[in-house]
Design a protein around this ligand. Structure first.
Ligand SMILES: Cc1cc2nc3c(=O)[nH]c(=O)nc-3n(C[C@H](O)[C@H](O)[C@H](O)COP(=O)(O)OP(=O)(O)OC[C@H]3O[C@@H](n4cnc5c(N)ncnc54)[C@H](O)[C@@H]3O)c2cc1C
Length: 453
C-alpha cells in the first residue's frame, strides 16, 4: 500500500493536533488500542483535536490517494492499515448534555463510561452497551445493543444528528431523512469520519441487576432455566448468559479457579421488588457462586457484565437466531459446554422487544427478527473453535451481527459483511458507497465495496 504520506514533502502544520510517522516518539502509543493481536501501521497518524483536523486529514488523504482508517479506542479494530493515514480521535472527548431536550452532543473520542457519568448529573442515561471503555461513536455506527436494549431498541435509533466528513472532504450535518444518515448508522465508518453526533438520552437513574454465577454441575440447568425464563420476561428485562472456563492460575480467585461456570447477567428497568420477583426462577436453579443482583445507580451498571478492561488479543464471531430452542441449547452445549474442551467464552444475549421495532430513520441494522444472539469469543489463533461452534448453529442462523464480529481474517471479509444485511440493504449501501466513496478510501472496516452493487 502507498507510503506516499511518508514520502511527501508537503508541510503538515495545518493540523492543530499532533502528527506521527513510523519511528516518531509517540507513534506506538498513538496506534495502540484495546485489541493487541494486531494494530494499524499507518504511514501517517493525525491525532485530531477537532473537526477541522479531521476535515483537513481527509482532504490530505484524498489528495495523496491514501486510504483512511479511524480509531477511537481500538475495541472494534477489524482490518488494519499497512500504510495509509490513521485519524486518531481519542482527543475529541467533548460532551455537552442538553437536559431539556434529553440529548448528548458527543465528540468522536468519547467513551461510554464518560457519557454515563456526564448524563447521570442530569438524571439521564445513554443507551450504552456492556463495557464503559467502548467508544460511543463506534458503538452507534454498529447499531449499538445496550444494557437495556429490549426496552429502548438499538441505540442508533436514538441518534439525532451526525457530523460526517465524507471522502470528498466535505463536512456534512446529517439528520434523519438524509440518505447517508441511515446508511452511516449500522455500517461502521464506511461513509466517512464522524467528528461528533447528537444522541437521545433516557430518564434512567437506577437499574436492578447484576450477575448470578453457577458452578459446573449447574451450568446445563442454568442455561435451560434462563432459556425458558427469557420467553416470559417483559421488554424491561435484558439479559445474557455467559459460559466460560476460568483458567487455573493464581490471578483467578480461588472459588472460580479452573471452574467452568455459567453467569447470567441481568438489567431490569423497573423497581427492585419486581426485579426480585422476576428473577426467582433463576435463583431456583440452585446455589450461586456469586449473586449480586441489586438496585444500583446507573453509574454502576458496568458491573453487570464486568467486561475485561485491559487491552488483550481476542477474536469473535456470532450467530443471530430467531428463537433459542431446547434443541439449539443442546447443540451449543455439545460444542461449547463444560465437557466440550472448547476454550471459548460463549454468551447468549436475549434480543427482541424494542430491538425488533424499526424506527423511521432507515438505519442499516437488519435481522430484526432475531430473538437471540450467540457470541463466540476466543484467542485469535483458535479459528477452529469459532468455526466449529458457529457451524453447529448454522441450521438456525438468520445472519450475523457486524458489531459483534471482532478481529481480522474471516471475521472481516466481504462475505462476512454481507451476512450482516438483507440483500436489498447491502445493495443500497453499495450504491451509496459507489457514489460517496468511489475510491473506497474508507476501507479499514467491515467494508462495503463500491463495486459490489
Ligand atoms: C469488551 C467489548 C464489549 C462490547 N460490548 C458491546 C455491547 O454491549 N453492545 C454493542 O452493540 N457492541 C459492543 N461491543 C462492540 C463495539 O460496539 C464495537 O467493537 C465498536 O466498533 C467499538 O467502537 P470503538 O470506537 O470503541 O472502537 P474502534 O476500534 O476505535 O473503532 C471501531 C471501528 O469503528 C469505526 N469508527 C470508530 N470511530 C469512528 C468515527 N469517528 N468515524 C467513523 N468511523 C469510526 C471504524 O471503522 C473503526 O475501525 C463491545 C466490544 C468490546 C471489545
Amino acid at each position: 500500500m502507498g507510503n506516499n504520506a511518508a514520502q511527501t514533502t508537503e508541510k503538515l502544520d495545518v493540523f492543530t493536533g499532533p502528527v506521527f510517522r513510523p519511528g516518531d516518539e509517540g507513534y506506538d502509543a498513538e496506534i495502540a488500542g484495546f485489541q493487541t493481536a494486531y494494530t494499524h501501521r499507518p504511514a501517517l497518524v493525525v491525532g485530531a483535536v477537532h473537526a477541522e483536523d479531521v476535515r483537513a486529514a481527509v482532504e490530505y488523504a484524498g489528495r495523496h490517494d491514501l486510504p483512511i482508517a479511524v480509531q477511537a479506542t481500538g475495541h472494534g479494530l477489524s482490518v488494519a492499515t499497512d500504510g495509509g493515514l490513521l485519524i486518531s480521535t481519542r482527543r475529541m472527548t467533548g460532551i455537552r448534555i442538553d437536559p431539556a431536550r434529553r440529548t448528548a452532543y458527543v465528540g468522536a473520542g468519547v467513551r461510554a463510561g464518560a457519557l454515563v457519568e456526564a448524563a447521570a448529573e442530569h438524571g439521564l442515561a445513554p443507551l450504552n452497551g456492556s463495557s464503559p471503555s467502548v467508544g460511543v461513536v463506534g458503538y452507534l455506527l454498529g447499531g449499538g445493543v445496550g444494557l437495556l436494549a429490549r426496552r429502548f431498541g438499538y441505540a442508533a435509533e436514538h441518534v439525532r444528528t451526525i457530523e460526517l466528513v465524507t471522502a470528498d472532504g466535505r463536512v456534512r450535518t446529517l439528520t434523519p431523512g438524509d440518505e447517508l444518515f441511515g446508511a452511516a448508522l449500522g455500517s461502521g465508518g464506511n461513509f466517512g469520519v464522524v467528528t461528533a453526533l447528537e444522541v437521545g438520552l433516557v430518564p434512567v437513574t437506577t437499574v436492578y441487576g447484576g450477575q448470578l454465577l453457577f458452578d459446573t454441575p449447574l451450568v446445563e440447568r442454568a442455561l435451560e432455566a434462563w432459556r425458558r425464563w427469557t420467553a416470559t420476561v417483559p421488554d424491561e428485562v435484558t439479559s445474557t448468559v455467559t459460559m466460560l472456563a476460568f483458567p487455573d492460575i493464581p490471578q483467578v480467585p480461588a472459588p472460580l479457579r479452573g471452574r467452568y461456570v455459567a453467569s447470567v447477567r441481568i438489567a431490569y428497568n423497573g423497581p427492585a421488588e419486581e426485579g426480585e420477583r422476576l428473577v426467582a426462577p433463576l435463583r431456583a436453579v440452585g446455589e450461586r457462586l456469586k449473586d449480586d443482583l441489586r438496585a444500583m445507580p446507573y453509574t454502576e451498571s458496568h458491573t453487570i457484565h464486568s467486561d475485561p478492561d485491559h487491552p488483550h488479543a481476542y477474536a469473535a464471531t456470532n450467530a443471530l437466531l430467531g428463537e433459542f430452542s431446547g434443541e439449539m441449547a443442546a447443540a451449543l452445549l455439545r460444542v461449547a459446554g463444560p465437557d466440550s474442551g472448547a476454550g471459548a467464552v460463549v454468551d447468549v444475549r436475549h434480543l427482541g422487544g424494542a430491538l425488533a421495532r424499526t424506527g423511521d430513520a432507515g438505519i442499516a441494522v437488519d435481522h430484526r427478527d432475531a430473538g437471540y444472539i450467540v457470541r463466540i469469543i476466543t484467542d485469535p489463533a483458535d479459528t477452529a473453535t469459532r468455526a466449529g461452534i458457529r457451524a453447529a448453529l448454522t441450521p438456525w442462523t438468520l445472519g450475523h451481527s457486524l458489531n459483534f464480529l471482532y478481529g481480522a481474517g474471516d471475521e472481516a471479509d466481504e462475505a462476512q459483511t454481507r451476512t450482516g444485511y438483507r440483500p436489498d440493504t447491502y445493495a443500497r449501501l453499495a450504491a451509496l458507497k459507489a457514489r460517496h466513496d468511489p475510491r473506497n478510501l474508507f476501507r479499514f472496516n467491515r467494508n462495503i465495496r463500491p463495486d459490489a452493487g
